[in-house]
Design a protein around this ligand. Structure first.
Ligand code: HZT
Ligand code: MN
Ligand code: MN
Length: 450
């Protein structure tokens, strides 16, 4: 390794691992572990003084027996203090101060260590409070919805019910407008829920009529996004019900954590990839009596995120490369790594579910055909955020496929087909969104789960 490269790598090392842990613990204590600061509500309190009816001991008995009106979670006039199950309480009702839990804050290293205490950098950081609170709100919604998903997803369920469960949670907690209320300005689903089984690594979501059921033998990547005012939190985890896959999942979890550690202002992409690969490929996994080396999927990448844009143009490789591109102050990155027991290489396969209007879409005249009407629906409901066919279905769109394909062939909409490794292989993914704040790196989507 060149001395310069070694230097840059050393600069990226976590200065004090204990300081990082302390910061994570603080984040957990202040609500990152899904516990809003307010006290548990006292259900008995509002029943005091209920009028007595009937016999001698009627007062006491009636008081306990009488059915309470079910409290509508987050309904008008209610003052909820904890999330419901399933999650349906608007997150801003759980954090009325408008201050949301801080993610995992990690100090920069070596020549960037000055940033943490530097008054100029701290001042820059303070100017971004709206941006930070929007990001932290989206991240807390991601943690609350995935906590519910991790507890409730079971073999035997359909991919459609799993996707809808996650999406209903994200809509409720963000206050995503209902179907009648139209456009999507405040917050909501940032992109389709990816439910990627086994050799399918990314961009699979069930289309209408999909009857696929989750089985106890599947390895499922769950990739979903939450946005508040276009500030996108992109985070994913992998679920398996058979401990046989534990080493595969651990390899990829540690691969992603390596990428997060190596990320920072002035960090070079190629070196981040090399560090991820070194971690991931130190693992192997025995599956049904055969031992597989875990390979990084070399043509999948992390990416920068801009407001309303899931990929901003920078890629974060997950294998060694000569890419000298640097991360920069103020940027947001999705750090995601994929491991595989197969080729470590994906190609397009199956029917497309994911689409997005291109940020640089040409403004060509579409005449008066079905493509023009569909584009109006896309503009009004998604803008440049990715969507899937199910989201068009629920908006009441019918027979839109010709129009959608036309928008794709005109370069207005981009199709993101599923990305798959070889049949019979297993793939895993973990992903977090990180903010390169002027004075500290914040792993905004970090939870007590991953
Ligand atoms: C595309 C379409 C979506 C971005 C990564 C990703 C899910 O593979 C540069 C690097 C949602 C996201 C994306 F609907 N992609 N993260 N989470 N998929 S990507 C990409 O297209 S572009 C990676
Ligand atoms: Mn993702
Ligand atoms: Mn991503």
């Amino acid at each position: 390794m060149a001395a310069q490269a070694a230097d840059a790598l050393a600069n990226l090392k976590v200065k004090d691992p204990e300081a990082v842990m302390a910061s994570a613990a603080a984040a957990k204590a202040n609500g990152n572990g899904n516990a809003p600061e307010a006290d548990e509500e006292d259900d008995e309190e509002d029943e005091k003084g209920a009028p007595a009816e009937g016999g001698a001991d009627g007062a006491a008995k009636k008081k306990r027996k009488r059915k309470r009106k079910p409290k509508k979670a987050g309904g008008a006039g209610s003052n909820p203090t904890k999330q419901s199950d399933p999650p349906r309480v608007l997150l801003s009702n759980l954090f009325p101060s408008g201050e949301y839990p801080v993610g995992q804050e990690v100090e920069y290293r070596d020549e960037n260590l000055y940033r943490t205490t530097n008054e100029e950098k701290r001042a820059l950081d303070r100017m971004n409070n709206d941006f930070l609170q929007e990001y932290r709100q989206g991240a807390e919604i991601h943690r609350q919805v995935r906590q519910w998903a991790q507890k409730n997803i079971k073999p035997g369920q359909s991919l459609t019910e799993i996707a809808e469960g996650i999406e209903d949670g994200v809509r409720a907690l963000t206050g995503h407008p209902g179907l009648e209320e139209g456009d999507n300005i405040k917050g909501g689903i940032a992109f389709p829920t990816g439910l990627n089984l086994d050799h399918i690594a990314a961009h699979y979501s069930p289309n209408a009529g999909n009857k696929t059921l989750l089985s106890k033998d599947n390895v499922m990547k769950v990739d979903f996004g939450v946005h508040i005012n276009g500030r996108i939190v992109d985070s994913a985890f992998t679920m398996a019900f058979d401990p046989m896959y534990d080493n595969l999942l651990e390899a990829v979890k540690q691969g992603t954590n390596t990428g997060i550690k190596e990320a920072g202002i002035d960090a070079r992409m190629g070196e981040i990839g090399a560090a991820i690969q070194e971690t991931m490929e130190s693992y192997e996994c025995e599956i049904n009596g055969k031992t597989y080396p875990i390979k990084c999927i070399r043509n999948l990448n992390g990416h920068d995120i801009r407001q309303w844009q899931i990929h901003g143009g920078k890629s974060v490789p997950i294998v060694k490369s000569n890419d000298q591109t640097k991360m920069e102050e103020g940027e947001v990155f999705a750090i995601e790594t994929f491991g595989s027991t197969g080729n470590g290489y994906v190609q397009d396969d199956y029917e497309t579910s994911h689409y997005a209007k291109r940020a640089d879409a040409p403004k060509v005249g579409l005449g008066i055909g079905s493509a023009k009407k569909l584009l109006n629906v896309i503009n009004k409901n998604f803008g440049t955020l990715p969507f899937c066919r199910r989201y068009l279905d629920r908006l009441g769109q019918e027979k839109y496929l010709l129009g959608l394909n036309s928008l794709v062939s005109h370069g207005i909409v981009e199709a993101y087909p599923p990305l798959v490794d070889k049949k019979g292989s297993y793939t895993a993914q973990f992903e977090h969104t990180i903010l390169l704040r002027p004075n500290v790196k914040e792993v905004i989507s970090r939870g007590d789960d991953y």
